[in-house]
Design a binder for this molecule. Structure first.
Ligand SMILES: Cc1ncc(COP(=O)(O)O)c(C=O)c1O
Length: 380
């Protein structure tokens, strides 16, 4: 059991880490190479260029060994001194995460606690900015993975641009699967993670930094070293041709993420977003017909994290448990106020395909059939 085989053989359909395609896995088992030197550095920088295309930015991109939260910590913390003010818009569990991270860097963080069942209204951002006064940045989650709600980041960015304030977006569960155009929309800092729609394994946080963000980062009395973008930028500039980061880079994770990014570019971003959206629609429609109601209507629902409620005779947690024990398929439970109320499906990358989704939908609708005897199929 030392290889943990008991965990093998499950079909992952959780909202990250996602199941990996075989070409991505192959990248992780290649012989090790040093994380420095000319050849590696050229390869590494090409990888950053691919990611620039995925984020749709011409800004700087940093790969930080760690999870998505490490990248959030870096992006947020690098803009903040101990008493700097920032405005965090929170309408879910991961919005709270942003607030928690920001509050660990400054004692002057303003958190706008907004309804967890509605996308953030740009008018609420205007009001929150009026109330907060001068802030170094606004931060928001794009796809709130805890509930499956999609925030209108493009609209929020317009407000930030008009008001001349930086916008930091947690795009961890959206980038690579949902429409997002960092530069065109006016996003200043954008954070992703390797293990979601970017199609890599867990282990790398991605921070994209636009031009407007640098004066704020450079002037911040930020603390720390590992997660400080001032440090990462210095190495990217000073050791550009040899070792463009301050640490030992996670070579297998970079190679795998690069393969993931190549897959994204090969598919085409527009086509890819269409695929995720149409699959999410199919999941919602088919499961809705089986009695599992989507938490949010199509217009405000995340295409990558599909959240549905249990039905009479088959609770949300029972769906999760029975899929695992009877079908060896893993999906996720609800989080925060949605705990026990909803189940969540990761409609991401290779999981957002007919081949993978058919098995899941068959399994869930099969459960509905069983539960139907004690439940009430007719209502739906
Ligand atoms: C929207 C969002 N933000 C932040 C995180 C935290 O990322 P990580 O678990 O990689 O630290 C997640 C992870 O699911 C997420 O979905």
């Amino acid at each position: 059991m030392h290889r943990n085989e008991a965990m093998d053989g499950y079909q992952l359909m959780i909202p990250g880490p996602i199941q990996l395609s075989s070409d991505v896995i192959e990248e992780m088992v290649r012989p090790m190479v040093p994380h420095y030197g000319t050849d590696w550095t050229v390869y590494y920088k090409d990888t950053l260029n691919l990611l620039r295309r995925v984020f749709r930015t011409e800004g700087d991109v940093f790969l930080i060994p760690g999870s998505g939260s490490a990248a959030l910590d870096a992006a947020i913390g690098s803009c903040l001194g101990p008493s700097d003010r920032a405005l965090i818009l929170s309408n879910g569990w991961f919005g709270q995460r942003l607030a928690e991270i920001a509050s660990s860097h400054s004692d002057n963080i303003v958190v706008a606690e907004l309804s967890v069942t509605e996308p953030i209204d740009p008018a609420d951002l205007e009001t929150a900015l009026d109330d907060a006064g001068d802030v170094r940045f606004v931060a928001v989650v794009h796809s709130e993975s805890s509930s499956g709600l999609l925030n209108p980041v493009h609209e929020l960015a317009k407000v930030c641009r008009r008001r001349g304030v930086l916008l930091l977006v947690d795009a961890i569960s959206s980038v690579g699967g949902v429409e997002l155009a960092m530069d065109e929309w006016g996003i200043d800092l954008c954070v992703g993670a390797s293990q979601k729609c970017l199609e890599g394994p867990p282990g790398l946080g991605v921070v994209a930094v636009g031009k407007r963000a640098w004066p704020v980062i450079d002037s911040a009395a930020s603390s720390g070293w590992y997660l400080n973008l001032q440090v990462w930028k210095r190495f990217a500039d000073d050791w550009s041709d040899w070792h463009p980061y301050p640490i030992t880079m996670a070579v297998p994770a970079v190679r795998a993420l690069r393969r993931g990014a190549e897959r994204i570019i090969a598919e085409g971003l527009d086509e890819r977003c269409r695929r995720h959206r149409s699959m999410a629609t199919r999941v919602r429609e088919q499961l809705s017909a089986a009695g599992f109601k989507p938490v949010f209507p199509e217009e405000i629902a995340s295409p990558t994290v599909v959240a549905l409620r249990g039905r009479e005779g088959c609770s949300a947690d029972e769906v999760v448990d029975r899929l695992r024990t009877e079908h060896r398929i893993l999906i996720a439970r609800g989080m925060g106020i949605f705990a026990g109320q909803v189940f969540r499906i990761g409609n991401m990358g290779p999981q957002a395909t007919d081949a993978q989704m058919d098995a899941l939908l068959d399994a869930i609708t099969g459960l509905a059939g069983n539960a139907g005897e004690g439940g009430n199929k007719d209502e739906r």
